[in-house]
Design a protein around this ligand. Structure first.
Ligand SMILES: O=C(O)C(=O)C[C@]1(C(=O)O)C=C[C@@H](O)C=C1
Length: 371
């Protein structure tokens, strides 16, 4: 009796070992298939085609029905492959990332660098539109400037954090570097130089020294300047290297800004929360009550917890005169007990406190200019 039982058990485990091995192969093949689907998705994105191709799916199911030797029923084959194709379509949906236009702007460059050029990059006309696209779930991410090493905080961005419920998902320090671009690349043919007033100001010393007496004209953006010059052989634009690629221009001179340390910090915003990486930052905004020492009391738990505050900025609340929001960045992740407890201890000293998100700390790199 025992011998028969053992034989049954042996056959059962051998069959299950067969299933385990097949499952591993199926999983491996499904992942391989999803990988191919992802590549198809990128091509569709390039072509501007949608993810769903009903014709292809119909033909694929018909082919499998012909190939099917059983015992799987046609319904089962249909069901299984519909699940697989749905998963493929899911993985094909590229991230939609909005940035402050125009194309080839420094925010565009920062967005490309932040997302390694992968995803669908959508131009917006204002920083408010970027926040709105996230709130409406039209885009998964948005990239906004928050601070410049020369000009300080981008107040408009900070103010929008009080209006919209979005999380910061990443930060990126982008070196702002200008090139002089023209159609021919020949410096002698340049009669007029176009650019945004800030870019012209940032290159004033170089232009005075190298292009004396050449007229400068202000336009709405560095990309607009590049677009103008694409139709004007006697013009030059102060713009990004990316603008040269996009508008078919040649680089007359590279990195012509007077101060090499002109760096803008950009944030990626979105709806999701980021997991800790071990090297994170947390941003919060809060308002204190209007009593002496209120800010000191709100910040005391940060000092007592030994947290490293890396930024503190204030902005008028605009609800009441002379009352302020404070924007604070510090090292650590909200999932760290120390960080969580510290923020909890701050709350009783604040009229309002909002967690803006924890995200991997960026590198304030000097050589981070897109070629
Ligand atoms: O062949 C394609 O176009 C794909 O994107 C692959 C695939 C599939 O999973 O087989 C996925 C989505 C389309 O609707 C059609 C087929």
């Amino acid at each position: 009796m025992d011998v028969i039982k053992k034989d049954v058990e042996d056959r059962l485990s051998s069959l299950r070992a067969g299933i385990d091995s097949i499952d591993a192969q199926i999983l491996h093949l499904i992942n391989k298939r999803l990988q191919i689907g992802k590549e198809i998705g990128l091509i569709k994105d390039e072509k501007g085609a949608g993810v769903l191709d009903q014709g292809r799916e119909k033909r694929l199911l018909e082919r499998l029905a012909r190939l099917n030797g059983g015992p799987a029923t046609e319904d089962l084959v249909r069901y299984l492959f519909n699940v697989i194709m749905t998963a493929t379509r899911e993985i094909q949906k590229a991230n939609r990332i909005s940035f402050l236009g125009p194309v080839a702007s420094y925010t565009h460059i920062a967005a490309l660098n932040l997302f390694s050029h992968s995803g669908r990059f959508i131009e917006q006309g204002s920083i408010r539109d970027i926040f709105m696209e996230i709130e409406k779930k039209n885009c998964n991410y948005g990239v906004v400037p928050v601070e410049n090493s020369m000009e300080g905080a981008v107040n408009h961005t900070l103010d929008l954090f009080s209006e919209f419920d979005v999380s910061i998902t990443a930060e990126h320090y982008q070196r702002i570097s200008h090139d002089l671009l023209s159609l021919s690349g020949d410096i002698a043919s340049i009669k007029t130089i176009y650019s945004h007033p800030q870019a012209l100001a940032q290159c004033r010393g170089w232009l005075r020294k190298n292009m004396p007496g050449i007229e400068t004209r202000e336009v709405s953006s560095t990309s607009r300047a590049a677009a103008l010059v694409a139709d004007n052989p006697q013009g030059a634009a102060v713009a990004s290297r990316r603008a040269a690629h996009i508008y078919g221009l040649k680089v007359v001179a590279s990195r012509i800004e007077d101060h090499v340390s002109n760096i803008t910090r950009f944030l990626s915003i979105g709806g999701e929360k980021k997991q800790p990486t071990g090297n994170d930052k947390t941003s919060i905004m809060f308002a204190t009550s209007h009593v002496p020492g209120a800010l000191f009391m709100a910040l005391e738990p940060v000092k007592l917890a030994g947290l490293n505050m890396v930024k503190l900025e204030s902005r008028p609340t605009r609800h009441q005169n002379w009352s302020y929001y404070f924007f604070m960045d510090f090292e650590g992740h909200m999932a760290d007990k120390n960080v969580f407890d510290t923020v909890a201890k701050m709350k009783p000293h604040c009229l309002y406190l909002k967690n803006l998100g924890s995200y991997p700390a960026g590198q304030p790199a000097v050589e981070d200019y897109e070629k």
